[in-house]
Design a protein around this ligand. Structure first.
Ligand code: PDD
Length: 287
């Protein structure tokens, strides 16, 4: 089946969708994105993703080209058209295609934002075997720019980080700045010590994960103590457990950091429980 995608107001077969070579995202990474997961044909934490989209756009002074109802309707139409039961909806908004290359921003009156959405089919997304095995991570320096709170499409360093992890026989990388973990290449990072769940506080240094917000609320409701502060790799290696969170991985246990196994090297109880609670709650509130 050919995938149906959305480009600038039109639903099209993917091989007929076109974007200008002058698009600002293509030339300058001048665009933002969101990834929303789909379980049982429904959108997970959709509201949070739209709110963060709004914020990313406003930080870059790009006009939000669609209303909340329009965003929801496009997401639902794509899920339907592509028969997605479990998977992802990717959306991207760029500053548009001014028809030439120029560092200065084009006039928004004459250069409307570009809007692209597509789905990715991931049957059994929530039943990933990795959740039972756990992930191995390595640490690498965080050399990204200083506005990681804006979800831009500048993903070259996160891609390089994933490749460094792969070459090292690991699954992902945690980024370290000034001796402290910021986050994963495409996820937020946590450690567990006793009854405490520890994760870096929100700032421009990390992406404000939508999954992170839900996980912390649910952890507090489950009588865990949430501590928002940075931690080192050495502290993480000594922790009882570690895990990551993102829209596509949900909550995923980490069992090894830079070659050092955590505890018995198996996914921990708190991580497993948080994954379960998170998925239960998200299925209940999916739209
Ligand atoms: N990545 N930190 C970074 C750097 C991320 O790229 C992501 C998400 C997160 C987690 O955010 P959320 O819980 O809202 O997904 C944290 C997405 C999934 C991606 O790039 O595919």
């Amino acid at each position: 089946m050919t995938r149906t995608v959305y480009v600038n107001g039109e639903f099209l077969p993917e091989d007929q969708a076109k974007i200008s070579i002058f698009d600002r995202a293509f030339l300058m990474s001048d665009g933002v994105y969101e990834v929303t997961s789909v379980l049982d044909g429904k959108l997970i934490a959709f509201d949070g993703h739209l709110k963060r989209l709004e914020r990313s756009l406003s930080e870059l002074e790009i006009r939000n080209p669609l209303t909340e109802d329009e965003w929801l309707s496009i997401h639902r139409q794509l899920v339907e058209a592509n028969g997605i039961t479990d998977g992802l909806v990717y959306l991207q908004v760029t500053r548009g295609a001014p028809g030439d290359r120029d560092f200065a921003w084009p006039d928004p009156e004459t250069c409307p934002p570009t809007v692209v959405l597509f789905t990715q089919n991931k049957p059994g997304l929530a039943e990933s075997p990795a959740a039972k095995i756990g992930m191995k991570v390595i640490s690498i320096p965080d050399i990204r720019w200083g506005r990681r709170d804006i979800k831009t499409v500048q993903l070259l360093y996160p891609s390089m980080g994933k490749m460094m992890a792969k070459k090292a026989g690991a699954d992902d990388a945690w980024l370290v700045e000034d001796g402290l973990v910021t986050e994963g290449t495409s996820n937020n990072a946590y450690i567990v010590k006793g009854n405490q769940i520890i994760t870096r506080q929100l700032s421009n240094d990390i992406l404000h994960g939508i999954t992170r917000a839900a996980v912390l609320t649910l952890a507090r409701e489950a009588q865990m103590e949430v501590v928002e502060r940075p931690f080192t790799i050495a502290e993480a290696q000594q922790a009882d457990e570690a895990f990551i969170s993102s829209a596509s991985a949900f909550v995923m246990p980490v069992v090894e950091i830079d070659g050092a196994a955590l505890g018995d090297g198996k996914p921990g109880k708190v991580s497993a429980r948080m994954r379960e609670i998170y998925l239960d709650e998200m299925r209940k509130t999916a739209i």
